[in-house]
Design a protein around this ligand. Sequence first.
Ligand SMILES: Nc1ncnc2c1ncn2[C@@H]1O[C@H](COP(=O)(O)OP(=O)(O)OP(=O)(O)O)[C@@H](O)[C@H]1O
Length: 602
Amino acid sequence: MKDLAYLNKYLYKYKFQLLLGFLFVSLSVVFSIIPAQLVRHSFNLVSDTLKIYPLFDGLTIQEDFLGMFFQIVVFYGLLIVCMALIRGAFLFFMRQFIIKVSRKIEYDLKNEIYAHYQALPLAFYRRNNTGDLMARISEDVSKVRMYLGPALMYSVNLAVTCVLVIGYMLTVSVKLTLFALLPLPLLSVSIYYVHNLINKRSEEIQESLSSLSTFVQEAFSGIRVIKAFVQEEDMLRKFTQESKEYKDRSLKLTRVNALFFPLMLALIGLSTILTVYVGGVEVARGSITAGNIAEFIMYVGMLGWPVTALGWVTSIIQRAAASQKRINEFLNTKNDIVSHKNIEQSISGDVRFEKVNFVYPDSGVHALKNVSFEIKPGESLAILGTTGSGKSTIANLLCRLYDVKDGSIMIDNTDIRDYHIGNLRSQIGYVPQDVFLFSDSIENNITFGVERYTQEEMKQAAKDADLYENIQGFKEGFATRVGERGISLSGGQKQRVSIARAILRKPGLLILDDSLSAVDTKTENAILNSLKKIMENRTSIIISHRVSSAKLADKVIVLDDGEVVQNGIHQDLVREEGVYKDLYEKQLKGEQEVEATVGSGQ
Ligand SMILES: Nc1ncnc2c1ncn2[C@@H]1O[C@H](COP(=O)(O)OP(=O)(O)OP(=O)(O)O)[C@@H](O)[C@H]1O
């Protein structure tokens, strides 16, 4: 329960609307009690009239008496209808205020969680899977909203109804009140259990549904592999199995759901029977009137729903508390990548690694060992190495996706940890290894994150990334949509959109993390030559497996198992015995073989 205290700040924010909502709840209860009392009066009136009427037998006054009696009954009827209308209006305002507040808090909470997610470091995303992140911002927030809206509303309704109705019932007859209320706690407890069962079954269904959707989503994304491996039949069998699981669980829920209303009606019915029986005995004794029985039956009806809601509300609150606990776990996760000095300055691209050792906090992998190198503004550095040797880790550290703990990284003679993170990142053009394009137009993908740009600048970025000609070939040019519901770009085209995106920001530091792997050597050379012009007074880092990418760079470092094993310039390194020369010869031989095959037309 203490987890839900986190939401108090929001309840406080909307306190006036909530208080108004609670006022309307109370008024609606008052206006549901008045009709019951009017019914008692009219019942008593009818029974009194039935007693008096025969006394006027044979007198002319009997006709007038009857007329007056009907008028009064009609008057009572109209009054009851009016009360019902007024109550209806209050119920409307009650929902308008309380449920609206719950929706507003749901909106605020989602925004808060999303903003917090975005601030958290990459390590957080590696620890938690996407499904879990999504569940907390959607399902868990919805469960919390049930507490803020319906649960609060019905709790207040229950409290006011119980105080007013039971209070009044006790003044009429303590004995009748006790008998009438006897089955109601049973109702509350059984609804609590039934509702918990319903929740359990619903969660099972939710699980089934999410596994079914994951299955379908993977099957559609991987349709090429499925067709190539002729697995359609097998996939259909698995789908049918998942689907059957979902159906069976849904049927189980339907069975429990069917229990809800009969149970409620049976217990309220039991209350009514007890009221009529015990009330009848009391009327015979003359301690209460027939009107009292009629009004008690109405009271029992009025208490039925709030008492049912008590079981329901208890279960909602329990679930909301569990959900809020999960949300709080994420909200309390601290971002450990922080700057104390928050320096904001434009960088010229002087980069220095000084004895950097880096161990990934989540996996414990020692990715960089004593790495030192320096790049001057305007220089380009190629980082080569075998897979897993730590190349991308250098890019991660430069973008401050992780912070270095041992050794230091200096940019323009300032420790990278002293920069304002947003300011630093906005000056880095980072093209990650796994290219990501949004389902949007090519233009929006290129200009992502750049607020001001001219069409000319955007086109120039596309030209420098050797992409312009390709885009001209598309019917809608830069407005062509990519990704889902758009066209599919080739691997090399995607990489070049990503490069154009980085170039357009006119970065002080450009990092290409294996971003030319999907283009041929001719395109690779064209892009690297354009980059040379653009990056004249800036720095570029080209991470690659290919020597062809490295030979145009001013400097090369070779990594092996996190260590710098060679450094120098291409011309020297190809002569020096070592990894670089081996790689160069292997790749040269590969290229010659390809040329020979193409040349002989095989
Ligand atoms: N985010 C991460 N969390 C934990 N461990 C990581 C993470 N990223 C990389 N590693 C580990 O660190 C080591 C170096 O990885 P890195 O991605 O820097 O290699 P790389 O040289 O870029 O490889 P490749 O050429 O295959 O991309 C690897 O053993 C890898 O498993």
